[in-house]
Design a protein around this ligand. Structure first.
Ligand code: ATP
Ligand code: XMP
Ligand code: GLN
Ligand code: MG
Length: 543
């Protein structure tokens, strides 16, 4: 059996090869905060895009035959000695290029312009003023717009042959272009939602600057992935970790389409699921994945025993990640045993997971990105995993996955289902995880979900973790008696892709109903508090 280590799996994050046959815009990542956002904006304009690290050589990048390049922002200053360099070969290959912030500055530097620390830094929103409103990037739009900036260096002289097309108070050269050479750049960040016409600037670059028509939609993901999965899995068999969530449902449906009954889905009840969840998943499953076979595994004791006495969040995540794999191995052995009399039975070599791009990035899988928390299915995988991983959604964001799910005809309730983390309630109990505490949290969580649903808020809210502060107790008074119980935290958030989030402004009457019901109905919880932190600085889950 071949194996894929977590490190190898993380490495492939930058090379997911989702759409090998489509004109592809490569985003060269110079250590930007949100490089993947740029790729996503390009895909929103119906052109396929992937992120590659700046550490690839110009030959390696050009060998991938990019239809255009976008050079990202980054924390360095182009003139400092250890700054990542832009190889001028990338500008001489005839491939259209758009530079953003650091990328813009590095184009200026590479082609003989000047970049300097001018002393006028701009962080946040700034007003842009047009110098040439008929230029490639701005024609047809109101150039005087609010743009979002984050820079301390500025281009002071554009390189020869470039027209300066816009300025801001802190950056006299805020945009330039040379349409002949098809090289463009802006000092601001059109990829962030706060830049007023950001998406239009990116589209102008793609259509007018680079001559790229619409060629890619999420429908292409289905065709491409089905072909790639067929090639990867071949005649072997695969199991898919199926959680009831949209990501694994879509992954399973794609693999089912590709290799039919070579796939078995495995649902693990690790004892960390919510109230009645296992039963609901068993019922809903047939519709969800095109009828693949489902094995339900009860591994509650194994997980709870392994978690006994553990309070550190990363340790919990690693234990859960490892136990998942051990449970899948056991399911694998059972499937092999069942078919031992079939001389044609193939080995069960592949593990399909619904891993998405944010799981990979948060687990530190990108180039130079920090490990925020080890997602059980990426950074939480054990070293000795023997399965080969099949992760068809690894380059996508949740809303893209939802679009694929809808195209595959999955039921609305699955496609729109709110995310629930693989480690489940295990990372929503702050302190040791025990059966008793889990039961307590399950009751509170069921009330919150029921009330948010009946208030019609399921689509508005991304998700609402309920967190039990198991080691905190506070005094209450109920029925004239003293209570000394635990608080739960409500963490309702709104989000586009879970990379950033805001706390959801749930109406007071709904909060009040939730609070009354929990404190009245759940024995042991006497206080309900609301988390009003955005991400960043908080994350969505507490651990
Ligand atoms: N209880 C489970 N049993 C089997 N596999 C699981 C379970 N929980 C998670 N997984 C696997 O881990 C992957 C990542 O979990 P994650 O929660 O991110 O995705 P999801 O549950 O499919 O979708 P969502 O993010 O919407 O909850 C899943 O796609 C699935 O392959
Ligand atoms: O499958 C998962 N395995 C994990 O280990 C994990 N940790 C967080 N999440 C979910 O990811 C999104 C972002 O969460 P954070 O802001 O807490 O990182 C939110 O939607 C979280 O619910 C996980 N999902
Ligand atoms: N966001 C960026 O790309 C910043 C580029 C550079 N570090 C500056 O401060 O100007
Ligand atoms: Mg989930």
């Amino acid at each position: 059996m071949t194996s894929t280590s977590p490190e190898q799996a993380a490495e492939t994050a930058d090379n997911p090869q989702i759409a090998a046959d489509f004109p592809t815009v490569l985003v060269v990542d110079f250590g930007a905060q949100y490089a993947q956002l740029i790729a996503r904006r390009v895909r929103e304009a119906d052109v396929y895009s992937e992120v590659v690290p700046h550490t690839l050589s110009a030959e390696e990048i050009l060998a991938r035959n990019p239809a255009a390049l976008i050079l990202s922002g980054g924390p360095s200053s182009v003139y400092s000695e250890d700054a990542p360099r832009l190889d001028p070969a990338l500008l001489e290959a005839g491939v259209p290029v758009l530079g953003l912030c650091y990328g813009f500055q590095s184009i200026a530097q590479a082609l003989g312009g000047t970049v300097a620390r001018t002393g006028s830094r701009e962080y946040g929103s700034t007003r842009l003023e047009a110098i040439d409103s008929t230029c490639t990037l701005f024609a047809g739009q109101d150039v005087d717009q609010v743009v979002w900036m984050s820079h301390g260096d500025a281009v002071t002289d554009a390189p020869e042959g470039f027209a300066v097309t816009a300025s801001t108070p802190g950056a006299p050269v805020a945009a330039f272009e040379d349409p002949e050479r098809r090289i463009f750049g802006v000092q601001w960040h059109p990829e962030v939602g706060h830049s007023q016409h950001g998406q239009r600037v990116i589209e102008r670059f793609l259509r007018e600057g680079a001559g790229l028509d619409r060629s890619w939609t999420t429908a292409n993901v289905i065709e491409e992935q089905v072909a790639l999965i067929r090639e990867q899995i071949g005649q072997h068999r695969a199991i898919c970790g199926l959680s009831g969530g949209v990501d694994s449902a879509v992954a399973a449906a794609l693999v089912q389409r590709a290799v039919g009954d070579q796939l078995t889905c495995v649902y693990v009840n690790h004892g960390l699921m919510r109230q009645d969840e296992s039963e609901e998943i068993e019922k809903a499953f047939g519709k969800a994945t095109g009828g693949a076979r489902l094995v339900m595994v009860d591994a509650e004791d194994v997980f709870l025993e392994a978690l006994a006495g553990v309070t550190d969040p990363e340790t919990k995540r690693k234990i859960i990640g490892e136990k998942f794999i051990r449970t899948f191995e056991k399911a694998q052995a059972d499937i092999v045993a069942e078919s031992r009399n079939d001389p044609n039975a193939q080995d069960v070599k592949f593990l399909v997971q619904g891993t998405l791009y944010p799981d990979v990035v948060e687990s530190g899988g990108g180039e130079g990105t920090a490990n925020i928390k080890s997602h059980h299915n990426v950074g939480g995988l054990p070293e000795d995993i023997e399965f080969e991983l099949c992760e068809p959604l690894r380059a996508l964001f949740k809303d893209e996955v939802r679009a694929v799910g809808a195209q595959l005809g999955l039921p609305e309730e699955i496609v729109q289902r709110q995310p629930f983390p693989g480690p489940g309630l295990g990372i929503r109990i702050i302190g040791e995880v025990t059966k008793e505490r889990l039961d307590l949290l399950r009751q509170a969580d069921a009330i919150v979900r029921a009330e948010l649903t009946s208030a019609g808020l399921d689509r508005e809210i991304w998700q609402c973790p309920v967190v039990l502060l198991a080691d905190v107790r506070s005094v209450g008074v109920q029925g004239d008696g003293r209570t000394y119980g635990h608080p739960v935290v409500l963490r309702p958030v709104t989000s586009e892709d879970a990379m950033t989030a805001d706390w959801a402004k749930v109406p007071y009457d709904v909060l009040s109903r939730i609070s009354n019901r929990i404190t009245n109905e759940v024995d042991g919880i006497n206080r309900v508090v609301l988390d009003v932190t955005s991400k960043p600085p908080g994350t969505i889950e507490w651990e």
